[in-house]
Design a protein around this ligand. Structure first.
Ligand code: ATP
Length: 329
């Protein structure tokens, strides 16, 4: 199984807050560390840790962060056949995390915005089975990638986050749509998850999966609705929960050719691991943890600390994950 992911890669900086800042108000924060982030890189990492062969089309800057991003992708065994090198800083996200683990994220996409349709065309090969895109690319590239993949007979998965109104016009091109409740509402115009999921199918998506935070997730296909509760977990930091869920779900969906209750269960279990630890990539489930959730991973063996094994010559962890996060004083 080989998947083409087109999406952003960024360096995340997490700040832990006691109180949310209001406009015009300054608040104090504790440093929560630096990590690899970006929805494209995050979901590619989860797919790779599930044993899927992943090619990531992304864009990085010309700074030190770019080197660290490249090395982190290589550690997860993610190939970058079409890596756009941009003059200037790499994309970054500032993640604000509150005491209860809720987050707000601000992301730059100057590099991701420079990915163009030609990058998609050059990266797509006859070996790819599926395409996965998120909402961080330009609308032009997002549409081009989905159209091209469809025309080539690939399965298409779309996690339209951050969501834009125009994305609802792309739903007929989408085999698997993964959205949170806010995105489901924005794309369907309908509030309430089962009704919103039904409306997303009526607009063209073949399968709609809606994540519901601490409430779990549901999927809707022509065959009906399946819902699963979230796993009980002490919340440390929810950043990356949606990406963990999406990557694991897409891996299961590709393997089974549909979303079953066990695919949803596995994705919610994987997301609970992420929610229970601070950080982004560093909080994601390892290959061993994913294997323990019920499906063999065919990737490289894990290192003794449970992290995925590095490809030859890629032994170093280059992203400084900083001091342990102080998220729950
Ligand atoms: P984020 O933007 O924080 O990555 P999201 O808004 O895309 O997340 P959510 O619906 O918040 O997506 O979460 C995705 C999945 O993560 C949920 O379906 C659930 O399985 C898991 N999850 C999220 N929050 C919790 C929680 N508090 N407890 C247990 N599981 C959770």
């Amino acid at each position: 199984m080989r998947v083409l992911v087109i999406g952003n890669a960024a360096v995340d900086e997490t700040l832990a807050l006691a109180d949310w800042p209001a406009p015009g108000v300054s608040v104090l924060a504790s440093p929560g560390g630096h990590d690899l982030g970006g929805k494209g890189a995050n979901q590619a990492a989860m797919l790779a840790r599930c044993g899927v062969r992943v090619d990531l089309v992304t864009a990085i800057g010309s700074d030190d962060a770019a080197t660290r991003i490249r090395e982190c992708l290589a550690v997860d065994g993610i190939a970058t056949p079409q890596l756009r090198l941009c003059e200037g800083p790499s994309d970054r996200s500032v993640i604000l995390v509150s005491r209860d683990g809720e987050n707000a994220i601000v992301t730059t996409t100057d590099c991701a915005d420079r990915i163009d349709p030609g990058d998609v065309d050059r990266a797509l090969t006859a070996d790819h089975h599926a395409l996965l895109v998120q909402g961080n690319l330009s609308e032009r590239v997002t549409e081009h990638a989905l159209r091209k993949a469809k025309a080539r007979g690939l399965k298409t998965a779309f996690n339209p986050s951050p969501v834009r109104a125009s994305f609802s016009g792309l739903l007929p091109l989408v085999d698997l749509l993964v959205v949170n409740a806010h995105e489901a509402h924005a794309l369907s115009g309908v509030a309430g998850s089962p009704d919103a999921a039904r409306a997303l199918l009526a607009r063209g998506a073949k399968t709609a999966v809606i994540t519901l935070g601490a409430e779990g997730a549901l999927s809707h296909t022509e065959e009906g609705v399946i819902d699963v509760p979230a796993k009980a977990v002490t919340v440390r930091d929810t950043a990356g929960a949606g990406d963990t869920f999406a990557g694991v779900l897409v891996a299961g969906w590709l393997e089974r050719s549909r979303v079953t209750a066990s695919e949803l269960e596995r994705a919610t279990s994987a997301a609970a691991i992420t929610v229970g630890r601070p950080g982004t990539r560093s909080s994601f489930p390892t290959r061993d943890e994913l294997r323990a959730l019920g499906r063999p991973s065919s990737g490289p063996r894990s290192t003794p600390d449970g992290r995925p094994g590095a490809p030859p010559g890629e032994g170093k962890k280059m992203i400084d994950s900083g001091p342990p996060a102080k998220l729950a004083p």
